[in-house]
Design a protein around this ligand. Sequence first.
Ligand code: ADP
Length: 492
Amino acid sequence: MYIVQIASECAPVIKAGGLGDVVYGLSRELENQGNCVELILPKYDCMRYDHIWGLHDAYLNLWVPWFDAAIHCSVYCGWVHGRVCFFIEPHSEDNFFNRGCYYGCDDDNMRFAFFSKAALEFLHKSNKRPDIIHCHDWQTGLVPVMLYEIYKYHGMEYQRVCYTIHNFKHQGIGGIDVLRGTGLNRAPYYFDYARLRDNFNPFALNFMKGGIVYSNAVTTVSPNHAWEAQYTEIGSGLGHTLHLQQDKFSGVLNGIDNDFWNPKVDRYIPYNYKQDDFEQKLYNKKALQERLMLRYADKPIIAYIGRLDHQKGVHLVHHAIYYALAKEAQFVLLGSATESVINAHFQHEKQFLNSNPDVHLELGFNEELSHLIYAGADMIVVPSNYEPCGLTQMIGLKYGTVPIVRGVGGLVNTVFDRDYEQNLPPEKRNGYVFYQTDYLALESAMGRAIDLWYQSPEDFRKLAIQGMEYDYSWNNPAAEYLKIYDWIRHKW
Ligand code: ADP
């Protein structure tokens, strides 16, 4: 199958969060399973050019219709760790992708409406006719809209679209200027509730809603999150739209890259290990204690790795630190906050706890240290308020680090409580789950994990090794996406 992914991120060249990991990991596995995959991305000034190999001109004079004129673009091609990527660079006063950032500009909706238009224009003009166009998140929600309303009439009537939503919180809101810019025009037609009109603001167009309505298949990143999005407030107002489109909506669990996240071969950790030489993990624990200047003590290490924001349940992260200390455990936090209030709060905590030999808070983004933490910690806590899929619990499992998670989103599909999971035999359970957002709920799960570590070390070790046996690679998710692609190719 010939598949083109259109996205605003692809790790490691453009990564702001999990989206980048997914776009890269899925493309790689689809290729491994015998498909031809190409990616179309914006050419940002601030992306990691050191991860692109052989960047060269691919289409120098692409004129993309925009308002009543056209913007001249150049398209470059290069390989990102083996994946073929096309980067679109517009030349106009708008300077859409030369802003020193990926997102966060006042005109983000116009920037990505333009990118969506340019990606389709590139496919059209370069005579590329993929079987499947796979788009991601609000940034590319207008791709299926323009494909079916404009490009279908220019020789692209057989292309089918799969649209994946990674986060319902950001939906892309625009007004009439988006219609004029992209050439969709016909405001009364698109401001219809059945098309792009926002479900709550009648004067706004919703890009993500457009993506849902016009795509042939819509997915989100875990089966449980697909349910939550339809039936709870987590759909951020799109529940009704998803409900109307439920025949084509499903959840496909993300995977993790087996070459990058694998204690057997990880080059960032001092001692590689697997299930049958699990004791090696202890040496990584010592290395972690040494690196972070924790005291060598026979105590469990509990870790948190992730963004520090409302989504991740920061009040519980904060409480977990003190509860761990009270229960004679050590705590390691690696996280970055974009909100200044949260950042200041954790900076303050860091100073306050500075002299405590059982805790270390590392504020910032540090890929290399994250690997050592996954390998050296005994448990990883993920107390999210909502979590579409979540990668840290899956990485933790792969490294024999027992996850303690709140039962939301993809965490429900990946972590099964050792004591209470009814649907699995004990030898298939892999962690601890709590459900409420109060301190007591968190304490009950952390307490059970810490008690097992102290009172039944052999059972704790068994639990950690059981977790390592789960296959959360891209193997199965890619096969599921291929089934969806096949289905939409033959259904329409
Ligand atoms: P998100 O909601 O941020 O996408 P995920 O759990 O899906 O959360 O993915 C988070 C990814 O980012 C994981 O690979 C995790 O190891 C990594 N990560 C998060 N914060 C940091 C950090 N401060 N330093 C290093 N890696 C981090």
